[in-house]
Design a protein around this ligand. Structure first.
Ligand code: PGA
Length: 265
């Protein structure tokens, strides 16, 4: 039997935003609030590289996890501007987003490159959050499932060991929903989730890989999404730059989890 994830993970993706002062304000608010949430709510923040030491300083003795938004596909060497997963791990980071659509589209990252990045993260003890998702044109052409399948297959094909599959997190983020205020219907998300789940089962039958959703998540749509038991969490961009919004979203997760627990009694 596939073991269901009992917790939900809420990841702030700060993208290229922030400064030491504003980060401090946000991290302070997040840590204050984290202790009031259901223990199964996991909060995490993925920061720009220069702020990794700040995240380490502020978050090490808290329950909030932290990580980065990309890692190199290489272990080390003459790759100017690149940052290795092992370097990130030295700062206590546990998560790395890989294959975000802003990197696939604006930096031409192929699924094979993303897969190599995921592998480098795993080798350094970092959990890769693999982003997959279609553009609007691809959705309208009926290609959503095949695009997502190909993106994820590149990663799964590289992993021989089920133990590595068990350490993955997958985030479904339709590109057309990112930063646009448009959000897919719950049924559309579930349909893609069903396909991803089937693909993961082909590779590792007994493993529950957490599936996150990302794209225009806000306090007013969070509860509906998190109430779906198959949505294991979220990747949050714009709303994670506002302490009020991010904490309201986290509170919605907490409510959804406590309602789920009541239902299962
Ligand atoms: P958004 O971004 O919440 O601003 O839409 C999500 C993401 O890109 O991860």
């Amino acid at each position: 039997m596939l073991k269901k994830q009992q917790s939900k993970l809420v990841v702030a993706n700060w993208k290229m935003h922030g400064c030491l002062t504003s980060n401090d304000v946000l991290l302070h608010a997040f840590t204050q609030r984290a202790v009031t949430l259901e223990p199964q709510v996991r909060l995490a923040v993925c920061v720009p590289y220069p702020y990794l030491a700040q995240a380490q300083n502020r978050l090490t003795s808290t329950s909030i996890e932290y990580g980065v938004q990309d890692v190199s596909a290489h272990t080390h060497g003459a790759y100017t501007g690149e940052v290795a997963a092992s370097m990130v791990a030295e700062f206590g980071a546990t998560l790395a987003i890989v294959g975000h659509s802003e990197r696939r589209i604006f930096h031409m990252e192929s699924s094979e490159l993303v897969a190599a990045k995921a592998q480098r993260a795993l080798e350094s003890g970092i959990t890769p959050i693999i982003c997959v998702g279609e553009t609007l044109d691809e959705r309208q052409a009926g290609k959503t499932n095949s695009i997502v399948y190909t993106q994820l297959a590149a990663v799964l094909d590289r992993l021989d060991d089920e133990a590595d599959v068990a350490r993955l997190i997958v985030a479904y983020e339709p590109f057309w929903a990112i930063g646009t205020g448009q959000i897919p219907a719950v049924q559309q998300i579930k349909q893609v989730y069903g396909a991803i789940r089937a693909q993961l089962m082909e590779k590792a039958v007994n493993i529950h890989v957490p599936l996150l959703y990302g794209g225009s998540l806000k306090p007013d749509n969070a509860l509906e999404l998190f109430s779906q038991s198959d949505i294991d969490g979220a990747l949050i961009g714009a709303a994670s730059l506002s302490a009020v919004d991010f904490l309201e979203i986290s509170a919605a997760v907490s409510i959804a989890l406590s309602e789920n627990q009541d239902d299962s009694k």
